[in-house]
Design a protein around this ligand. Structure first.
Ligand code: NDP
Length: 604
């Protein structure tokens, strides 16, 4: 049943009362320490990079030279590596801290993990690899296999360095190349270098007092311990938990997917909630091979990407092929805006249209929680009191249902979080809950600086450090080229399309751009390519003419989307995308790549 069906009559929404409730719930959660409330895995005795999935293989350090190197073997590295190989470069080396390609999908093997954006647009290079996704939202093992398929298809395994972390990157002017050093003793050079370390790769733990005193078993969801729980990433039951009392701390997108697998498998499951997620309908289904054959004509994935982005991020599209929760909200907003006469479309009127659509949508989602969950009090506590895009929207058809399991208890902390971890369990509102295992579904570091998260700084031309160049906020052209850092490409969304609902779209386009630029440099016999200072400034000035960070984010409930609710520093205004939106950006970029002028870049 869809959320809209649950709320059949269009009730008049008391906006003032809702806003008051939103504010009260937000204020409860605001805390002065913001991002500093979190700590890293080392606190639990983990080595941050310890890999439960694959043993590390000894190898000799590399001291050679390659034409192209890329830091990060997730989607960014794979999409870029593939396009650079297509551009005729044979020696491509990807450096990755996991034991294989996959990035997020290498580490996150928790039960139930699947993509939240439709596979047809989320999984990269489907057309190039000839793979048909089996489900509308593919499960994690299939996505990991797709990463490996890309690696094999484009020969990216041959030169890859796995279980390797970059420690230092320095521009060598006399060699027109980057020197890359790693924790495995490598010190090799690369003429061109790409960075795709991603925003969500350092697992974080809540800094709850007593964290290290727990005597039972514990792990973070991105290091799932199947040896302890039984089962496997493909969905086999977690058979070893039958006699275990388990707590999962956190109710974000990860927990929403994992909880249905834990509920029913444990002797007792405690789901410890600080802020409820908004959980809309998933409606996953198998993809019909006959239907797929019909649509998979040349260029199909590009057309699907364009269609999703147009529907979700403010472009023009006659049809909505993906039809899901992401495009639904956008459609409602567009329809409402459509009813406002042209001459009355002021920013205030547009914002009101947005807010009204959101109120309506969130009322439906809250009604869904109350209807699906049989225990009235639990259903009430699972209602999310904020606008849908304040936090990562979630979609699931078994999460809310899990709370109907008699051995599953929601421990709601009323926005305060866990008070204390003890040797035996955890404490909420003064009550100790004894458990055998605590699973942290507490997410990943976001609000920290690029160099702190990536674990290395980059030393560009004349000793310019990236941390200094970006000290007052990110500066780039297209989010990819930074003045003072020749032959370096950042493959990521910010200062480009900044399309959050489907991050891989940013990366496939980024990868394509790198391939085209390297081919052009080779054609021109250029040793270096670098954005000019003027072009970078002009791009940043253009970005600053846009609407800025999402309006209304500041009064959202705290989370990683809004710097945990604290005022963002002056650098935050640079964390934006193309003023015309994602569809317009991709169109612009395509023309920029094709006209052969590479406006703003200097080839030397
Ligand atoms: P999140 O950061 O979204 O969630 C962390 C959870 O831990 C929140 O519920 C948070 O509560 C809770 N928490 C933090 N501190 C405490 C505390 N002291 N006591 C109790 N609870 C606490 O992490 P996730 O791993 O769930 O998701 C991270 C991101 O990864 C997602 O937003 C999404 O972008 C991506 N993801 C994507 C998926 C997909 O596409 N399929 C699936 C899973 C993740 P609070 O909300 O109050 O801060």
């Amino acid at each position: 049943m869809s959320a809209a069906e649950i709320l059949p009559t269009k009730r008049v929404i008391d906006k003032e009362a809702l806003l008051k409730k939103y504010r009260a719930e937000r204020d409860k959660r605001l805390r002065a320490d913001g991002n500093a409330q979190y700590t890293r895995l080392e606190k639990q005795g983990y080595v941050a990079s310890a890999d439960p999935y694959m043993p590390m293989i000894e190898r000799a350090p590399k001291t050679d030279h390659v034409t192209f190197a890329f830091v990060g073997g997730g989607f960014a590295g794979l999409c870029t590596g593939a396009r650079v190989v297509e551009a005729g470069i044979k020696d491509v080396r990807i450096i990755e801290k996991g034991g294989d390609f996959g990035g997020t999908w290498y580490w996150n093997r928790y039960p139930g993990a699947m993509c939240d954006t439709a596979s047809m647009v989320y999984m990269p290079l489907l057309e190039e690899t000839g793979h048909m996704p089996t489900e509308k939202y593919a499960h994690a093992p299939e996505i990991l296999e797709q990463c490996q398929r890309i690696g094999r298809k484009f020969g990216l395994y041959d030169n890859a360095l796995f279980h390797t972390e970059v420690t230092e990157i320095v521009w060598l002017q006399d060699k027109h190349a980057w020197l890359i050093k790693t924790n495995r003793g490598d010190a090799f050079t690369a003429q061109f270098l790409g960075l795709g370390t991603g925003p969500l790769h350092i697992a974080k733990l809540p800094g709850i007092p007593g964290l290290e005193t727990f005597k039972g078993h514990t792990f973070h969801t991105s290091r799932w311990d199947y040896a302890y729980t039984g089962g496997d990433p493909k969905g086999a039951p977690l058979s070893k938990l039958k006699d275990k009392r388990v707590a999962i701390i956190g109710t974000g997108a990860t927990a929403v997917q994992a909880v249905p697998h834990l509920a029913g498998a444990c002797k007792h499951l405690y789901v410890v909630q600080r802020t409820p997620s908004s959980v809309d309908v998933r409606d996953n289904r198998q993809i019909d091979p006959d239907w797929f054959k019909g649509i998979a004509t040349p260029g199909w994935q590009t057309r699907w990407l364009e269609n999703f982005t147009a529907n979700q991020a403010g472009g023009q599209a006659d049809e909505d092929w993906v039809m899901d929760g992401w495009t639904d909200l956008s459609r409602r907003i567009r329809e409402r805006i459509g009813t406002i006469p042209m001459e009355q479309r002021t920013p205030k009127a547009m914002w009101a249209a947005w807010e009204d659509s959101d109120f309506e949508k969130m009322e439906e989602i809250r009604a869904r929680a109350a209807t699906v969950v049989k225990d009235e009090e639990t259903g009430e506590k699972l209602k999310a009191w904020y606008r849908q895009l304040c936090k990562r929207p979630c979609f699931h058809d078994e999460y809310l249902q899990a709370f109907n399991d008699p051995d599953t208890t929601l421990v709601d902390t009323d926005g305060k979080g866990v008070e204390r971890i003890t040797g035996k369990g955890f404490v909420v509102a003064g009550k100790e809950y004894e458990v055998d295992c605590i699973i942290y579904a507490s997410g990943f570091e976001v609000g920290t600086g690029f160099t702190s998260r990536s674990g290395f700084d980059v030393e560009g031309r004349d000793g310019l450090m990236l941390s200094k160049a970006w000290g007052e906020g990110m500066r780039s052209k297209h989010g990819m080229h930074v003045h003072g850092f020749p032959n370096l490409f950042f493959v990521q969304p910010v200062q480009g399309a900044n399309l959050i609902s489907n991050v891989p779209h940013n990366l496939t386009e980024g990868g394509r751009t790198v391939g085209v630029i390297i081919a052009e440099a080779q054609k021109r016999g250029a040793k270096e390519v670098e954005v000019t200072e003027e072009a970078q400034k002009a791009w940043v000035d253009l970005l600053l003419t846009g609407p800025g960070r999402m309006i209304g984010m500041n009064d959202c409930t705290p989370g990683y989307y809004n710097n945990e609710g604290l005022p963002a520093g002056p650098e935050a205004k640079y964390a934006v995308g193309y003023p015309g939106g994602a569809t317009a950006y991709f169109k612009y970029l395509d023309a920029w790549r094709k006209d052969g002028k590479f406006d703003g870049l200097a080839f030397r």
